[in-house]
Design a protein around this ligand. Structure first.
Ligand code: CUA
Length: 363
């Protein structure tokens, strides 16, 4: 038995005078088997996860010119790494097989120092590898960070708040939250503003992460290349509900985008029935201090609700915009979203339902 073998199970079991879980007192072979099983499980999970190439948050699916540029560099680096790994492992295998200790050999083998050819080779080779990676990387950085705005670009101001996204379309009279609409095939310039803390705007299939920093204007220029719904997520830790700060980007045909703009720029329909009661309640409640609804309130701390009912999800991509979910949210926001700035207003069930009816009527 090796001198590193564990103490007898019985001794371990009595450690501290209390019984230990059986997993801690099984023999070492069983430890190894369970460790192997765990490692296999981790590997399978990683493979399964890694194989989700086309998952909604996959960076390997390029749906914009920006992401295609980033993927091209990623491909070069990946192939460079694969080739380097193959060369290193092949060299290692040769050394292990050819220069292993021979039976009957005496002392150390002949030692070689200062081989000029080898020294040159392993100085020049990494420099070449870095060059191969650096040239396309620098090209893509300059191309994607350019301050020039394409002539027909759509401009959108993106503001990251704790914990939701605001999208303003200057010149179009449209303000929305958590759901960014873009026309396919037209360049868009996103100006990133941080009113509170640092966030990071990230829609994997449309492009790389870029930080939203208070006091600094960062920009992303990209052209969406295919209509669809793309998932995004804040990618910089920004407080309690950082993980609950999602967004959706709806890329649509230009005609559909124009229809959406026309609907968003107009006022919401006048509510009736329970929704009208909800409107009256809204107008005399604390809601108006934080939220804007065109023609009703002008608060600027929370999401603009003018067309709340037109968004498929609310709460920064968390819940479907249905009566049950909206009522649950209104009744106690911090319970659904830790740290939410919107307080529990102690609404009765009837009040929450009336408010939800009003919000859902805001198409
Ligand atoms: Cu916003 Cu993390």
């Amino acid at each position: 038995m090796s001198r590193f073998a564990p103490a007898a199970p019985a001794v371990l079991a009595e450690a501290g005078g209390r019984a230990l879980p059986s997993t801690l007192v099984t023999p070492r072979t069983s430890h190894r088997r369970s460790a192997c099983a765990r490692a296999a499980l981790v590997a399978v999970t990683a493979l399964a996860g890694g194989c989700a190439w086309d998952g909604p948050m996959s960076t390997l699916v390029a749906r914009s010119d920006l992401n295609r540029s980033i993927l091209s560099v990623y491909g070069i680096i990946t192939w460079a790494c694969v080739i380097i790994a193959a060369v290193v492992f092949a060299g290692l295998a040769i050394v292990l097989l050819r220069f292993r200790e021979q039976a009957g050999a005496a002392g150390l083998p002949r030692q070689i120092r200062g081989h000029t050819g080898l020294e040159l080779a392993w100085t020049i080779a990494p420099a070449l590898i870095l060059l191969v990676i650096a040239i396309p990387t620098i090209q893509v950085i300059f191309r994607t960070q350019t301050a020039a705005t394409p002539g027909n670009a759509l401009e959108v101001t993106v503001r990251g708040w704790q914990w939701w996204w605001e999208f303003r379309y200057p010149g179009l009279d449209v303000v929305t939250a958590n759901e960014l609409h873009l026309p396919v095939g037209r360049p868009v310039v996103l100006s990133l503003e941080g009113p509170d803390v640092i966030h990071s705007f990230w829609v994997p299939q449309l492009g790389g992460k870029r930080d939203v920093v208070p006091g600094r204007l960062n920009r992303i220029t990209l052209t969406p290349e295919r209509a669809g719904e793309y998932w995004g997520q804040c990618a910089e830790f920004c407080g309690a509900s950082h993980a609950l700060m999602g967004l959706r980007v709806i890329v649509e045909e230009p005609a559909a985008f124009e229809r959406w703009v026309a609907a968003q720029a107009g006022p919401p329909a006048e509510p009736d029935g329970p929704a009208a009661e909800g409107k009256a309640l809204y107008a005399r409640s604390a809601c108006v201090g934080c939220h804007a609804i065109r023609g009703v309130s002008a608060g600027a701390l929370g999401p603009d609700l003018t067309h709340f009912g037109s968004r498929a999800l609310f709460g920064a991509g968390l819940w479907p915009t249905t009566p049950e979910h909206v009522v649950a949210w209104l009744k106690d926001p911090p319970a659904l979203k830790p740290g939410a700035k919107m307080p529990d207003l102690n609404l009765s069930d009837a009040e929450a339902q009336a408010l939800a009816a009003y919000l859902l009527s805001l198409k």
